[in-house]
Design a protein around this ligand. Sequence first.
Ligand code: NAD
Length: 263
Amino acid sequence: MVFEVIGKNVFITAASKGIGFATAKAFLEGGANVAISSSDENNISDAVSRLGKITGKTPYGLKCDLNKKEDIRSAFRKAELKYGHIDILINNCGGPAPGYFNDFEEEAWDHAYQQVLMSALQLIRLALPGMKNNKWGRIINITSLSVKQPVENLLLSNVFRSGLVSAAKTISMSESKNNITFNNISPGFIHTERLDKLALNNGEKSGKSAEEILSEMADAVPVKKLGKADDIAALALFLASENAGYINGQTIAVDGGLIKSTY
Ligand code: NAD
């Protein structure tokens, strides 16, 4: 069985590093046409060149700050102009600020709302007409383990990612005709730059080294290791393929068994 994405047009946000980058790599290797975007122009051109060296294919690099509605509109339109239409939308974003309820003023809530939830909804609105017209589409949201098991000091992530999961399920009920599916991936502890920074911060607070913190994280996972960004990319590639056309409205964890829930 082959999980084919050859010739499909893909738009991936927050793709200059980590999970987004690995996902772009997987789709390029799978023969798709890939537009990658990120808030920082230097990071995006660096990612385009690294992806070119690794895969031998050139993605279309676009600046798109997910906190700027105009950036989102303009980047998506540019990708549509280049490829004709977008078949596969992968909504990834930078992680919202960590913290507890008393840590956040209203501005932080507004910022995280646009960063995590509204940006994805805006992109779904932009992508759906082309998918409907083409009678085929895949929408995949990269969320977090926090949608299945809230993390105490990740209030903004818990709230807005859960909102996105609920939106994806609800939209799928009315918009999944014509081979369009909506699914979410929940990463557990995935070893990216973000996790390294988190380990460094937690280590500074607890007097431990970042390596010790990472090793404790790995030990908390039933498979006793951290995940790789490629582990997330593999599921995204499968969900985008023709073979996954009957999987819809789902939230699937890639977490080595970390989340203590049965669904
Ligand atoms: P990362 O920090 O390695 O990469 C984040 C990407 O987001 C970068 O390309 C960065 O340039 C981009 N970005 C940041 N702010 C942006 C903005 N305003 N507009 C557009 N792009 C922006 O992070 P990662 O580990 O790859 O995680 C990706 C997502 O998955 C994050 O939302 C993260 O919270 C979530 N997640 C990660 C893990 C993990 O263990 N790594 C676990 C659960 C959830």
